[in-house]
Design a protein around this ligand. Structure first.
Ligand code: A3P
Length: 876
């Protein structure tokens, strides 16, 4: 029996042990779960207080009310509207992003590399501030600059009401948590953030609409947050922090975390906006644009109006299988209506090539028919009849023929023909200009507007501009990421995410944000199959509507073009470039045309300094070839200075022969009015950037007198009526004809000013300044110098080829049998010498200009001509 008892005891003991063990296990599970849970919380989230403030929280309201009370309002009249940007280096990524936004917004800026000490550029010029806003790519450079510079900058900012924007992005070497020097708050960096939201009360918000972001983490672990518990600093974007283990607890219970804060300037009178990261996050970009606007007192601001035109090109053109069937056309109509809720007056603009009508599958042909039955629902524009590139047609008449076929098609099918807009396949003929296209468009369609991505170049997109040529307004076109072959969502290049990214805060979204007018080109194929065109624009409109206060609308092309040039009148004048310098341009440049018929150098003047003599001597050289004479302006083409420029480069090139040897032949052109022209240097540098420039200088007083005599012998009525003294001394109240004559007489003699302008477009080594006096007395030495400067060969011996003609009183070309060829009667005229009174007046008039010229020549390392030395002696 004892054995039974023993077994029973053992059994009871075992039961107790099991119960005990089970209880112990349960308790330890509960305890470890508790700790595990708390531990997780501690590691990943900040104490609740930091993140409990909701975006619409009324406790944030007082900020708004206090804000304007104490800070000095920005006075935009007291500063130039230029942004001063301190970058880390020329190539730093964030610096480039900042510049990109400023450029895209068409704001002026000046870049400085931020030095460790905080050296500053000159901030004030004649009592006017040079900058309306200051941006630091790295805010630490701002807070840690030496106290002297900081004092200067702060004084400038308070005095002129200028704000500061700065960025702080931690890296592995930077402190994790620190107090920002001089600011009553902490910065925590190298963090992940999540659940961010916009403070709807922030006065900064202009473009940005404070909609609710989806909860969740933001990309990256390199965020910095500002921990604020001070009413003078207002969060613009709140965020929760995914903090690492050793993240310190917030100093006060009311602390907030923000990735962007607005220092209201209550502390020292300077408003600042600080970003706890770079501009990769699209919302930061939007807030940055708003911060510029706010801190510049709305002077550097973008309007809220946005005009969008969506072209659908290649109607009837696509390959079968890629075109629209009736369902697609119906979807197009329905979506157009849908879009009108967000884009006022939204209407698709359809470009057609009639030749390909009914060349799809049976369903697609029905799609064509439904399109034509819905003609009135859309706007229409002609493409080429057979989708040919216009630059391939050298004869205007064959272009006209093609256009007439398409017009006939339009008339037969009730397609409107009076909308005034057209587009050329592959931008061909629009830019670079194929003048035949412009003429044919006018003739057949009375085209007034077109668009291209190619002017001045495809990339960077933000530099695209418009221009007007032959009364046709050329608007810049933007890209939306859809091409003829982007047909299926899943097959979107780089994956569908790329398209969505572009729409949701990416490239496409910012194209609309930063361009007041966007013309997007899409193609027929983008509306068949997956209808990516519809997908893109519906989502884009939604996103813009959700996140911005922009007002979207569509205007018919001609009205749109007028709007464009109302906004950008300075773009009306084109700036031609060499079509062969850009591969894309070269591809759409007629094979019948060449880029070789452009000058290698220009003789730019000024008038009356010996330019014709130089011209004569130059063409004696076997390798130097001038333009053929212009029937209108005598010998000079005068392309870069005046309205001839608007005739285009075909017109200009027609003056030049095709060189037989491009390397050794030197084409040139002499137009003496280029020298003092405002436009000529910029235009010349754009078309012939490598060209050499030759100018001749004589005493500006002698030049003025010679010019006056020249006008008299051309029987200029004012020059005949007034004496030279009257001309040069005429006051502001003198008759306008006299004032005009005076200006033309004296202004070209402001040599330093004009040369400086050439030097802003051409490097000094491309410029030769000839002493006109020496050209007159010792031309062969000058011509040796010219040959060396041009690098022309063979060397031509001018001392043998020129001779002094005592009858003419000038050097002339020596012909066979001792004969001479001199310049005509109008060069080297006989007239009485200038009287001493006039000379004294002019000497004093040109004094400052001459001093400037001497400084300039000194800077260029050029010797001073003797007349200038004499004039300078008079100064002393
Ligand atoms: P004047 O006729 O007043 O003497 P441009 O050709 O630029 O209009 O300049 C004309 C001036 O060139 C003339 O002005 C003349 O003084 C100067 N010149 C210099 N060398 C010359 C030359 N070899 N033959 C004729 N004129 C010459």
């Amino acid at each position: 029996m004892p054995s039974v008892n023993f077994i029973l005891k053992l059994h009871r003991h075992f039961q107790r042990t099991v119960i005990l063990l089970a209880t112990f296990c349960m308790v330890s599970i509960v305890i470890s779960a508790y700790y595990l849970y708390n531990g997780y919380k501690q590691e990943n989230e900040l104490p609740e207080t930091s993140s409990e403030v909701e975006c619409g929280d009324p406790q944030l309201m007082p900020y708004k009310l206090m804000e304007m009370k104490t800070t000095k309002p920005v006075d935009p009249l007291r500063t130039d509207l230029v942004v001063l940007v301190f970058v880390e280096s020329q190539y730093s990524t964030l610096g480039q992003d900042i510049i990109t936004i400023l450029e895209s917004s068409r704001f002026q800026f000046h870049i400085e590399i931020a030095s460790g000490k905080g050296d500053l550029p000159v901030l004030i010029d004649k009592n006017k501030g040079k900058y309306a806003l200051i941006v630091y790519e790295n805010i630490l450079k701002y807070v840690s600059m030496d106290s002297w510079n900081r004092g200067l900058l702060d004084k400038y900012c308070t005095e002129y009401g200028v704000g500061v924007i700065g960025f702080h992005k931690g890296n592995e070497n930077s402190l994790q948590s620190f107090q920002l020097k001089g600011f009553p708050f902490h910065v925590h960096s190298n963090l992940g953030v999540k659940d961010c939201c916009i403070n709807p009360h922030s006065p900064l918000l202009h473009l940005t609409k404070p909609s609710k972001l989806e909860k969740g983490p933001l990309l990256g672990n390199d965020w910095a947050v500002f921990q604020i518990n001070h009413t003078a600093y207002q969060p613009v974007i709140f965020a929760k922090v995914k903090a690492p283990e050793n993240f310190p607890p917030p100093a006060a219970l009311s602390a907030l975390y923000a990735t962007v804060i607005h220092d209201l300037g209550l502390h020292d009178g300077i408003q600042r906006v600080l970003f706890g990261n770079n501009l990769n996050f699209w919302l930061h970009k939007l807030i940055f644009i708003d911060a510029i606007s706010f801190l510049s007192g709305k002077k550097l601001t973008l309007s809220l109006d946005r005009y969008i035109l969506v072209d659908i090109d290649d109607i009837f053109v696509g390959k079968d299988g890629t075109r629209m069937n009736t369902n697609d056309v119906q979807a197009l109509l329905d979506t157009q209506n849908l879009l009108r809720a967000q884009i006022t007056n939204f209407t698709f603009n359809l470009g057609f090539s009639g030749k390909f009508y009914h060349t799809g599958t049976e369903e697609e042909d029905e799609g064509d028919d439904l399109l034509l039955r819905s003609v009135d629902e859309f706007w229409w524009f002609p493409h080429m009849w057979s989708h040919m590139q216009p630059h391939l047609f050298h004869n205007e008449s064959s272009l006209v023929e093609q256009m007439i076929l398409n017009k006939k098609f339009a008339l037969e099918h009730g397609i409107p023909t009076d909308l005034g807009y057209a587009v050329a396949p592959h931008h061909s003929g629009v830019y670079p200009v194929h003048v035949q296209l412009y003429d044919a468009w006018k003739k057949v369609w009375n085209i007034r507007v077109t668009s291209t991505e190619e002017y001045p170049h495809l990339k960077p997109a933000r530099y695209r501009r418009g221009f007007i040529h032959k009364n046709i307004m050329v608007l810049p076109r933007q890209t939306c990421g859809l091409f003829t072959h982007t047909i299926f969502y899943k097959e979107y290049p780089g994956g569908p995410k790329e398209l969505d990214k572009s729409i949701q805060g990416g490239e496409l979204f910012f194209t609309v944000v930063l361009n007041p007018i966007s013309i997007f080109m899409t193609h027929l194929s983008n509306y068949g199959n997956d209808r990516l065109g519809l997908y893109t624009f519906v989502n884009l409109a939604n996103f813009v509507h959700t996140w911005t206060n922009l007002k979207l609308q569509t205007l018919p092309p001609v009205q749109l073009a007028h709007k464009y040039f109302e906004l950008f009148p300075e773009q009306k004048d084109p700036l031609w470039q060499n079509p062969c310098d850009d591969k894309r341009h070269r591809d759409i440049w007629s094979k019948e045309k060449t880029c070789d018929r452009l000058p290698k150098f220009l003789v730019v003047g000024p008038q009356k300094t010996g330019t014709t003599a130089l011209y004569l001597f130059l063409i004696m050289h076997p390798s130097i070839i001038s333009n053929s004479p212009s029937p209108k302006t005598f010998e000079e083409v005068q392309f870069f200075n005046r309205n001839n420029y608007h005739r285009g480069i075909d017109w200009y090139m027609d003056f030049f022969p095709t060189p037989s040897n491009v390397t050794t032949d030197f084409l040139f052109e002499k137009s003496a009015n280029y020298f003092h022209s405002e436009e000529a240097p910029r235009r010349a540098a754009s078309l012939i950037p490598k060209a050499k420039i030759i100018t001749i200088l004589i005493d500006p007083s002698d030049r003025a007198y010679s010019w006056y005599q020249h006008q008299r012998s051309h029987e200029d009525p004012a020059a005949l009526k007034f004496s030279f003294y009257q001309v040069i001394t005429a006051g502001p109240r003198a008759p306008s004809e006299l004032r005009a004559l005076q200006k033309r007489c004296l202004a070209p003699g402001w040599y330093a000013t004009h040369i400086e302008r050439w030097l802003t477009y051409f490097p000094p080594y491309q410029l030769l300044i000839i002493d006109g006096q020496q050209l007159r007395t010792d031309p062969s030495t000058v011509m040796d110098e010219v040959q060396k400067f041009l690098g022309v060969s063979p060397h031509y011996n001018y001392s043998e080829a020129l001779t002094f003609d005592s009858h003419k009183g000038f050097w002339c070309q020596l012909l066979e049998e001792g004969k001479t060829k001199c310049l005509g009667k109008s060069k080297g005229r006989k007239y009485p010498p200038m009287d001493s009174e006039c000379r004294a007046f002019l000497s004093s008039y040109y004094r400052d200009h001459n001093v400037e010229l001497s400084k300039l020549l000194h800077k260029l390392g050029q010797p001073l001509p003797s007349w200038l030395r004499q004039e300078l002696q008079k100064v002393r």
